[in-house]
Write a protein of this length. Sequence first.
Lengths: 287, 319
Amino acid sequence: MTTSALLSPKSKLRQTIGSVLLYLAIIFVTLVTIFPVYWMIVATLQPNKYTLHYPPPLFPQEIIFSQFGELFGRHPVANWLKNSFLIAAMSMLLCTLLTVMGAYALSSLRWRGRSLFGLFLLVTQMLPEVLVLIPLYIMYSRLELLNQLPTLAVVDVAFALPVCIWILKGVFDSVPTEVLDAALVDGCSELSTAWRIVLPLSTPGLVAVAVVAFFAGWNEYLYASIMLGSTELMPASVGLTTLKGLSGVQVEQYMAAGLVFSILPVLFYLSMQRYIISGLTAGAVKG
Amino acid sequence: MRDIADGRADNSTLVKPRMKVAMGIKHRRSNLLPYLLVLPILLYEGVFIISPIVQGIYGSFTSLELASNKPQVWVGLANYARMFDDPEFWQSLKVTLIFTSLVIIIALGAGLLTALLFNRPFRFRPAARALLMIPWAFPEVPVVMIFIWILNPQFGVINVLARLIPGVNENPQWLQVPELAMAWVVLIASWKAFPFYSLVMLAALQSVSQELYDAAKVDGANTFQLFRNITMPGIATTLELLVVLASIFSLKQFSIIFLMTGGGPVGATETIVMRIYNAAFRFYDYSYAAAMGVAGFLISLIIAIVFIILQARRAKEYA
């Protein structure tokens, strides 16, 4: 405020124009970013006589909620969501357990091969899923492990684990070494230091890992589409893509299904974004 | 949280005598502990990632038909010879290069611009930032559902914009024209990815010292000079890392392309990853798919090594 009072009228005008441009740019960016999501919500909420019209109205003309009931009543969406939930919950439990072990070894312990282990995780994190898919599919079909939810969850964990370990390593790193040293001096072993000091101080990081592992299973499409053939076991990510081909599915039901599927990952990812980003960049960048 | 930690600490004083005994053998145990912790992870990744890759490499030298009961026969370099003579393989490498470069340019460009915008203070910044991250948090399958609807040739809202362009008198077949289909998979992948890059760059921008800007302003530097001589050098290492990360992420990209176009029309969006998938699961050509998989593996390994080198350099800079 005080600086602008000192400025000449001309530079004051320039400042005003600058801030107007800034706000215009921000509005433009935000619109481009969220318009597709807004459009999905509009297509969900209004009766399809408005949606199936060209040019489509930009704002919902009338709001209905019956599509949700019809969607769940006529299509096995509840079963898909249940399958997704089971895969996700199993991935979460297994992945969190392994992540705690790996992150503690990578962050708090000194041992030969530590940086090699870090590199190993980094490289596995960077391999395209498709490369592993074919041999794994052949192995699974020979061992008759296809068409089971737990064997799919186990694969999802393999791909989520490196990112999760990087996330939790970053969190463990931020526990002050004085605290660890004090615990060791007090006679805690390394394992009990982990259990009594590091883990309780890292609760947000643990939550972030659980979120990433859960939604890795929830969102995953490629492996689920190949490894689960039966419609009974179909998770929602795969189910959604079949919905369009089913007869009698209205646009608003289809979009409602997409929205129901997305709401949990969006909420949880947004609340944990800081941790997830530091994990995705393998600790190179703290988000 | 602190309460829990304190409570546990109180507990530990109760069991102290036992701990002291444990300390006597601590030295020997602590040498083993990290290996015990890491071993299950190595086994796990070994079984589900490394061994399939090794099997894939082996499979690329054989001929394998899953449906028939023929045994797997060693065919040497036959699959590779076929690959080098296959114009569709080279085409898929070209498509991968185009897709990856365009996503890097557009997603990182948009990420940098929004990071610069969001680096300025303005009203509602926290709310706008949360909205900005939504595409990144959205699962891929529903993202594809939205865009297929937006691009619908009959009712899609994008046609309203397209019709504003002079000369466009009917709704384009967005995903049937090769160039348009490529443009859209690039745009959608970029739309989904740019918030992530933007947030990372924002963190880098905020770590550039404000004093440098103030000093340069006193010396009469204009906005462009500030950007070129202070901002860019300040975030250069982060940008480098992001270029490598973006190439890895777009090389891995499967679901968006698969569900939008399946690699079509006529192979226009068939990246190497899509080509491998189609060879294996549409044409049941496993051994050939495995050979292309080895090519894909080498490409991602090279990028991963570049990432590791950059990161090591960065770590040195900060040390």
